[in-house]
Design a protein around this ligand. Structure first.
Ligand SMILES: Nc1ncnc2c1ncn2[C@@H]1O[C@H](COP(=O)(O)OP(=O)(O)OP(=O)(O)O)[C@@H](O)[C@H]1O
Length: 604
């Protein structure tokens, strides 16, 4: 469970219990079977929406094909009842297994795709099944009448019984969603949604977590589909695999609010009665009018409440009470201190040449590492070593290959040639999250935060990625925040932080995984002199505590005060290496990187 989960679960559970009691009381009073059907369909589509939200809402991969799970659930119930006289209860249970299995089958190839490509590929699956079931002769499968034992066969004369079961279904789907949202599972999915690369770099195996979410989502949608078959008593490919089904799942969530358990409930409660009423009143004049309702709903939501009704109402309400608005996700602009701080000039005294004595066994060893993009050799036969407890500065002009070197070292990019070892263990050729688990923490040139999550949650992802759970993960996250001096801000949202705060938060996230080696990419970029000094103090403290650091930085005055040794890259190659003072006085380094101004200051 995440910190504060129990209080949230208690509050949400209470709201849900009140809603359920009111809903059942109202439906108990409705005797008209048509209105009762509507009262049954609202929770059914809310459950389908919750299933869609569990995957697309939390992971951020839009699925246009959730009808595939819904349809498989419906056909499992209809066919097993016809073939084997299987009770629909067992049919629904079997359907959830089929839905979960289909999710594995679908997830394996499609998770290679991203964004629009993923969304479009998901469209294909229900369409294929729609034609397959038509081809197999299942154009219309009726559920045989079995009224002798209504509960066993799920065939009631009183339509209120269906509503009761539909409410039970949505309560189960809500309970699963709430449990996910308040656990490591949900936080991990939200982190993947907000910044997949940062999540991977924190040790999260994004593919595995996405698969778990899709399996759970597929199982819930299939259960809803199975129950839907029992309500309508007839299953056709168009009704369960058709575009409208997928659109309905998606629209109720987009309308109500994505990434919250309440969104699907709100969307379903408003859109399903609207669409069904219009269909009943105008369906023979405007066939497919439900599609029009969903289309208009999406347009309205895009114009008036782009994140859905729930978030918009909540933000307005909080704003009205003077509370903080939920921060909108924002891309942090790239900090641009390109080139060294030439105006700063060389420092008055030799920095740390005396501290440059190499330790006996290097923690990181890099040999002959190369990476090319087409004809451009971004990293070209680079070799160096980093001793345990050392701070190594990587410097060099723009485009020298510094970030690419980090990307190869922590598994963002595969190496073309060469190898790297961490404490004797090969890290090249491994995946990003696996390298993180071996002990390589990383920060990025442009901070990669999870802007909608609190600082504590941002850092918790680092602890989860390192395999910690529960209280141990929370303790590690709090300790990491303490080490960078941010514990007092733990509850603040990352979207509200300044550049310095974000840089410290990213550092804490890397530290929460207890790394043996920290790769810091321009951690001081965009900071003022005082902020820079504060960060240097934190880094020095980390070194004193035994953390080994490799840092890319253009701010030379800071690097000279911080690093034990420099490696200079130019055009992907190592141009120079050694004690900072010796390196900055090297003519080739001055010509390639530091510039004539630096030379002039050196010679005076
Ligand atoms: N994904 C990519 N595809 C093609 N070229 C790339 C890619 N990433 C980097 N490059 C190129 O590789 C070279 C090295 O880039 P890299 O970002 O590693 O340099 P850098 O030393 O970190 O520069 P800076 O100091 O500006 O951050 C540059 O010429 C860059 O344009």
């Amino acid at each position: 469970m995440r910190p504060g989960a129990l209080a949230r679960l208690r509050r949400d559970g209470l709201v849900l219990a009140v809603l359920v009691a009111v809903y059942l009381a109202v439906s108990g009073l409705v005797t008209n079977s048509y209105y009762q059907l509507m009262l049954t369909l609202v929770p059914v589509w809310a459950a389908v929406g919750l299933s869609w939200n569990l995957f697309s809402g939390y992971v951020g991969l839009i699925s246009f094909g959730h009808a595939v799970f819904f349809g498989l659930g419906a056909y499992t119930v209809a066919l097993t009842l016809n073939w084997w006289d299987l009770s629909p209860w067992l049919g629904i249970a079997l359907g959830t297994v089929v839905g979960a299995a289909a999710a594995v089958f679908i997830g394996m190839p499609t998770f290679r795709l991203r964004g629009h490509y993923f969304a479009l590929s998901m469209l294909a699956f229900p369409l294929v099944l729609l034609y397959l079931f038509q081809y197999l002769g299942y154009q219309e499968v009726s559920l045989p009448m079995k009224r002798q034992d209504p509960v066993f066969w799920l065939q009631f004369t009183d339509p209120r019984s269906y509503t009761l079961i539909a409410v039970g279904l949505v309560v189960v789907a809500m309970a699963i969603s709430m449990a996910v949202e308040n656990s490591r599972f949900g936080l991990t999915l939200m982190a993947i949604r907000q910044n997949e690369l940062a999540a991977e770099a924190s040790g999260i195996d994004a593919r595995r977590w996405k698969m778990r979410a899709l399996v759970l989502s597929g199982a819930i949608a299939a259960a809803a589909g199975g129950f839907y078959a029992c309500i309508l008593l007839v299953v056709t490919p168009d009704a369960v695999f058709g575009m409208l089904t997928s659109a309905q799942a998606l629209t109720v969530v987009l309308f109500g609010g994505v990434g919250t358990v309440w969104g699907p409930l709100i969307g379903s409660a408003i859109l399903i009665p609207l669409a069904e009423t219009l269909h009943a009143e105008l369906g023979n004049i405007v066939p497919g009018i439900q599609g029009v309702v969903y289309g208009v709903a999406i347009i309205l939501v895009m114009l008036l409440a782009p994140e859905g009704v729930f978030w918009t109402v909540r933000d307005r309400w909080r704003l009205g009470r003077g509370g903080p608005e939920r921060p909108a996700p924002r891309g942090l602009e790239r900090s641009e201190p390109r080139g060294p701080e030439r105006g700063a000039g060389p420092p008055p005294a030799p920095a740390r040449a005396a501290a440059a004595a190499p330790a006996p066994a290097p923690l990181l060893r890099v040999e002959g590492l190369s990476k090319a993009f087409g004809g451009l050799r971004a990293v070209d036969d680079v070799s160096f070593a980093v001793a345990s407890g050392e701070i190594l500065g990587i410097i060099g002009p723009n485009g020298a290959g510094k970030t690419t070197l980090f990307n190869v070292l922590n598994g963002v990019l595969p190496a073309d040639a060469g190898r790297a070892w961490l404490d004797g263990e090969t890290i090249t050729g491994r995946k990003l999250h696996a390298i993180r688990r071996l002990g390589v923490g990383r920060t990025f040139q442009v901070v990669r935060s999870f802007p909608r999550l609190s600082l504590l949650d941002n850092v918790l992802i680092g602890a989860y990625g390192a395999g910690l759970t529960g209280g141990a993960a929370t303790a590690a996250a709090e300790e990491a925040l303490e080490r960078v001096g941010l514990l007092h801000d733990a509850a603040r949202s990352a979207g509200q932080l300044t550049n310095k705060g974000l840089r410290l938060m990213e550092l804490a996230r890397a530290l929460a995984g207890r790394p043996r080696l920290l790769l810091l990419d321009e951690t001081l970029a965009g900071l003022g002199r005082e902020e820079c000094d504060e960060l240097l103090e934190v880094l020095r403290r980390l070194r004193a505590e035994g953390t080994t650091i490799v840092i890319i930085e253009h701010t030379m005055h800071a690097m000279l005060r911080l690093a034990d040794r420099f490696v200079v890259l130019d055009h992907g190659k190592v141009l120079a290496e050694g004690a900072p003072q010796a390196v900055v006085e090297d003519r080739s380094v001055i010509e390639a990187y530091l510039g004539k101004k630096w030379l002039a200051r050196c010679s005076t």
